[in-house]
Design a protein around this ligand. Structure first.
Ligand SMILES: Cc1cc2nc3c(=O)[nH]c(=O)nc-3n(C[C@H](O)[C@H](O)[C@H](O)COP(=O)(O)OP(=O)(O)OC[C@H]3O[C@@H](n4cnc5c(N)ncnc54)[C@H](O)[C@@H]3O)c2cc1C
Length: 467
């Protein structure tokens, strides 16, 4: 049986290799370090954590990444086993000893009889002879391979920086203050004339907001990142610094909008949010890419009328990050539509974070192994964290029609906004409210997810058979 070739031995590649080999398939894992380094990696260990040592919350009941941990454990994840074995105290988070963790992953992969590790850069697209291959080269894919991917997928399809605007959970937006309307009620392709949520600011609110953007603490670019102000994608605070009126003539312009709650008073400025996912649970703040520190974003954006109680599925950012336009390029099994047998995994697909990257590696490894064994890939249900994340990457994201030429797909962590909604259960026949309702809904989602994940993995049948 021919091997599966996996390019990149980071979080995703390591997990993909493990899953494929555990399924009984031979794997060649190509990792370029130490032959060639990246700007962020410091060691030659596999699955090196380049920055924080945290896998974030380990709470599988009320936190989406905690749920993803739990699903990965059920699926026999090497990254989770090695993380658990190298845990360091971090409250409710799973944090790890980074060297011990990377050493454990490397040792397990090196010892696996079906895995060969080749320390070399793959500088071209995999040759045709590699009929099952996974590219998992991450946010710092080597320039030669990135160039080859750009040529194969089209120059617009590969980004080298993300420009992330915050995303808000729809059910935390106050629709008694905001209203649905497209600018000038334009219907556009696929629209209704009421496609945006609008938040009105008066002059005093606007000027205070602009000042807060200028004064707020920002994250710095790393020296090797450069300053990637491109495609008119300026951070809002940079626009704010150019003059108090700049934002009112840019992303916050009030023209063509009438406040449905107060039609006789023209808003001085308007923040617009656009539907981000097909489920309609997430809305992104249009044109609000920013380098403001995360805590400051929450503080400043909650001063926007209608967003006082906003919960953010994602906060804004601008980083060096190589990733492809997955919803356009990949099929539902992470396979390049134009080349059967070639998959992408990890952060290069447009997920964000160590755990999410490993989870997508886990799926890609299983899908490729299934095909190698002559079976169809078995997709996780959309109600699971695996399925929700896969859905974001391969299909759930809404493409913006009204900003032609702009890529709207941006990387994202797993979050509850990616899951099909559930009703919060009633307690003693009574509807819950506020925080209690939100917690009950999360518990209902995670309970459903874990049950569906067990069924997907065949663990329910196995448990029933054992009884
Ligand atoms: C500076 C920086 C800081 C970050 N901080 C965090 C953080 O604190 N928390 C977090 O969750 N996420 C963080 N991330 C995101 C993080 O990189 C990803 O979450 C995760 O590492 C992605 O996993 P991956 O497997 O897709 O890529 P990686 O883990 O980067 O693995 C890709 C591997 O591919 C190898 N490679 C690249 N090109 C080639 C080639 N042509 N041939 C062979 N091998 C190749 C690389 O050497 C690397 O080992 C950060 C990213 C950067 C760039």
């Amino acid at each position: 049986m021919k091997p599966i070739h996996i390019i990149g031995g980071g979080l995703a590649g390591a997990e993909a290799a493990w899953q494929a080999a555990e399924a009984g398939v031979q794997v060649v894992l190509h990792e370029m370090r130490p032959v060639r380094g990246t700007d962020a990696h410091k060691t030659d260990g596999l699955a090196e954590l380049v920055c924080s040592n945290s896998f974030r919350s380990d709470d599988a009941e009320t936190n989406a990444v905690g749920l993803l941990h739990a699903e990965m454990r059920l699926a026999g994840s090497l990254i989770m086993t090695s993380g658990d074995a190298n845990q360091v105290p971090a409250g409710g988070a799973l944090a790890v000893d980074r060297d011990g963790f990377s050493a454990a992953v490397t040792a397990r992969l090196e010892a696996h009889p079906l895995i060969t590790i080749a320390r070399e850069e793959v500088a071209e697209l995999p040759p045709e002879d590699w009929d099952q291959a996974i590219i998992a080269t991450g946010p710092l894919t080597s320039p030669a391979l990135a160039e080859a991917i750009a040529v194969a997928t089209g120059s617009d399809a590969l980004a080298f920086f993300d420009a992330i605007a915050p995303i808000v959970h729809f059910d935390t937006i106050d629709m008694d203050v905001c209203w649905f309307q497209s600018r000038y009620d334009k219907v556009g392709p696929g629209g209704t004339g009421k496609d945006y949520i609008n938040c009105p600011l008066d002059k005093v609110q606007y000027e205070a907001f602009v000042q807060a953007l200028i004064d707020g603490p920002k994250s710095e670019f790393k020296e090797w990142e450069g300053t990637p102000y491109f495609d008119g994608c300026l951070p809002i605070e940079v626009m704010a610094e150019r003059g108090v009126e700049t934002l009112r003539h840019g992303p916050m312009k009030p023209m063509g909008l009438t406040n449905a709650h107060n039609p006789s008073v023209k808003a001085y400025a308007v923040v617009q949010l656009r539907q981000d996912n097909a489920l309609g649970t997430l809305y992104n703040m249009v044109g609000f890419q920013t380098k403001l520190k995360h805590a400051e974003q929450v503080r400043v954006f909650r001063t926007i009328p209608g967003l006082a109680n906003a919960e953010f599925a994602r906060l804004g950012g601008l980083h060096r990050n190589t990733y492809i336009n997955s919803p356009v390029l990949l099929d539902g099994t992470l396979q390049l539509k134009t080349r059967k047998g070639l998959r992408f995994a990890g952060q290069i697909t447009g997920c964000e974070g160590y755990v999410e990257s490993a989870a997508i590696g886990l799926l890609a490894g299983r899908f490729a192994a299934a095909e190698r064994l002559g079976r169809a890939p078995h997709l996780p249900p959309p109600t699971t964290a695996f399925g929700a994340l896969l859905g974001h990457i391969t299909g759930g994201h809404m493409v913006s029609d009204d900003e032609p030429g702009k890529r709207s797909f941006q990387p994202m962590n797993v979050n509850f906004g990616l899951f099909p909604p559930v009703e919060a259960p009633k307690v003693a026949g009574k509807r819950l409210r506020g925080k209690e309702k939100s917690l009950a809904r999360k518990r209902a989602m995670t309970g459903r997810a874990l049950a569906d994940c067990r069924r997907w993995l065949g663990l329910v049948a196995a448990a029933e058979a054992a009884e």
